[in-house]
Design a protein around this ligand. Structure first.
Ligand SMILES: Cc1ncc(COP(=O)(O)O)c(C=O)c1O
Length: 385
């Protein structure tokens, strides 16, 4: 019989909002400029001031992380007859964008210790027509950048970082994730480190690409929506999308940006607490990552097999604790399935993986509740066997 849980649920994610966000939104509403305008420009500037490691970066805000990836893939030259390498252990956004541009998606495997892409496998799978590689920094742990740089030396291609999970993570040489490759794509969706109803950002050092993405985010129109006074006329210089962010989301993002370093510290502390509380369980594997370099979005554990994972997930659900499987391999999804393609690490690890709640306001008591529920599961199964 399914036990019904009474009491508060523990969500997987929860945005950290305060009255400051409310005041920022009210200010925009009173200004009567709700569409893309001065708040977007300010957020783009402040984002670079907070994150960019040096001068020369351009930031183009969009209405989602998916839109950011789409624009990045366009300027990277993805079109029919060209391909893009990315891990199959991934959210679907980048793959769909490649397909929508008429390009081919080449999936590669991940490494079992951090679940980030395997550069050796990516290199083997890349084709002469491969123009770009999408490097996802999974769950807030940055890829080892020296290896990706070495891969690019041998196989020249545009490197796009998917930083949706990792705003604030550091990689080789303490470089911030998103500012290592040619284009960095961030998401400010409600569950992310900088949370808003929906928004994203592309950063690049390439001024021409930045200008092209700026035009494309607003239907190829040569003037931003907030520029009416300085540029009264406009022309349509090419085709584009309706990927404009709005000032309400940007105002929320500006407040979130100021709180973001504290949020990252809290997320690290929660993951360290999980490490300490769970490392002695022989039936469960904790992540082998250094949280002090990361900006964790989720905490992932691995158990013996899929049956055990699904049973643990159900056990947590009955106790009011949300968990999730991020990600199921894309190459096994109907839309991308190819019978011959086998990615052994991706298939094995995703089948036994479970993601646990992490959000800045998660209390010690709530962490203990999650840990206790996991321990009870092990005891109920004779030590997890
Ligand atoms: C790894 C990854 N990339 C891209 C995205 C897309 O971001 P958005 O939801 O802002 O479009 C997500 C969303 O969760 C994601 O997890």
């Amino acid at each position: 019989m399914v036990q019904r849980f009474k009491g508060s649920r523990v969500p997987l994610f929860q945005p950290w909002g305060t009255r400051q966000e409310g005041r920022a939104v009210a200010r925009v509403l009173r200004s009567h400029w709700w569409a893309m305008g001065p708040e977007v420009a300010r957020f783009e500037r402040e984002f670079l001031e907070a994150l960019a490691p040096d001068d020369g970066w351009h930031a183009v805000m969009t209405n989602s992380g998916t839109a950011a990836l789409h624009l990045a893939l366009v300027v990277a030259g993805v079109c029919p007859g060209r391909s893009v390498v990315m891990p199959s252990f991934n959210f679907v956004s980048a793959a769909h964008c490649v397909r929508l541009l008429g390009g081919e998606v080449i999936f590669c495997d991940v490494r079992d210790f951090d679940l980030n892409l395997d550069p050796v496998d990516a290199e083997v799978r890349a084709q002469p027509n491969t123009v770009a590689l999408v490097a996802l920094h999974y769950a807030g742990n940055a890829c080892v950048w020296t290896e990706i740089e070495a891969l690019r030396q041998r196989k020249p291609m545009v490197i796009i970082e998917d930083v949706a999970h990792a705003c604030g993570a550091r990689t080789t040489g303490w470089r911030p994730a998103g500012f290592c490759g040619d284009l960095g794509c961030f998401s400010f969706h409600a569950v992310k480190h900088i949370a808003s109803p929906d928004a994203g950002m592309v950063v690049t050092r390439n001024r021409k690409w930045a200008e092209a993405m700026r035009r494309m985010r607003w239907l190829g129109i040569s003037r931003d929506t907030g520029d009416k006074e300085t540029k009264p006329d406009y022309s349509i210089t090419g085709v584009g999308f309706k990927y404009t962010p709005n000032d309400i989301a940007a105002a929320i993002c500006r407040v979130q940006l100021r709180r973001w370093p504290r949020g990252v510290c809290r997320r690290r502390a929660i993951c360290r607490r999980y490490d300490i509380e769970l490392f002695d369980l022989p039936w469960l594997q904790i992540p082998e990552v250094n949280w002090s370099h990361g900006a964790p979005l989720i905490y992932w554990i691995r158990v013996k097999n899929q049956r055990m994972r699904d049973a643990l997930r159900e056990h947590l659900r009955e106790r009011g604790i949300d968990s999730a499987v991020h990600f199921r391999p894309l190459h096994l999804e109907e839309c991308y399935r190819r019978s011959a393609l086998r990615l052994p690490v991706t298939e094995r690890e995703s089948s036994r993986l479970l993601c646990l709640p992490v959000y800045p306001e998660m209390s010690r008591k709530t962490i203990r509740r999650v840990v206790q529920a996991i321990r009870d599961f092990g005891e109920g199964r004779n030590g997890g066997n």
